[in-house]
Design a protein around this ligand. Structure first.
Ligand SMILES: [Mg+2]
Length: 127
């Protein structure tokens, strides 16, 4: 699966990259630092999965998720699964993330290959 990483902080992008590389069958195809850039990157790279940070400069990750989901609905790009990640614990954003069209919310402290695969499999079986 092709994965796009969206995060404004390089240390977390490095963590996310490592997690993706450690997960069988997943590879990073792009990394961007803003929500606006993520919308363009989804159109250009057509990833299967987007790992989306919430707090970003410019539009936040929830708004970027809305735009990406709308882009799939309008045929700008093929459907893509979005997982929203944040340093905040689940209670802060999980409802808003799924409202925005994300498949799941994952606290960054819990993010690893197992959590990535679980979320991916849950999203695929729900689709
Ligand atoms: Mg951030």
């Amino acid at each position: 699966m092709k994965v796009l990483i969206v995060d404004d902080q390089e240390p977390f992008r490095a963590v996310a990259r490592t997690v993706v590389e450690l997960t069988d069958g997943f590879e990073v195809v792009g990394e961007v630092e803003t929500g606006e850039a993520s919308v363009e990157a989804v159109e250009q790279l057509e990833p299967d999965l987007v790992l989306m940070d919430v707090n970003l400069p410019g539009i936040n990750g929830l708004e970027a998720t809305r735009r990406i989901v709308a882009g799939a609905a309008s045929g700008s790009h093929r459907p893509v699964i979005v997982l929203v990640l944040s340093t905040y614990e689940a209670g802060e954003y999980d409802g808003q993330a799924t409202e925005a069209g994300a498949a799941a919310f994952i606290p960054k402290s819990e993010f690893g290959p197992d959590r990535l695969l679980d979320a991916w499999n849950a999203a695929k079986s729900a689709a």
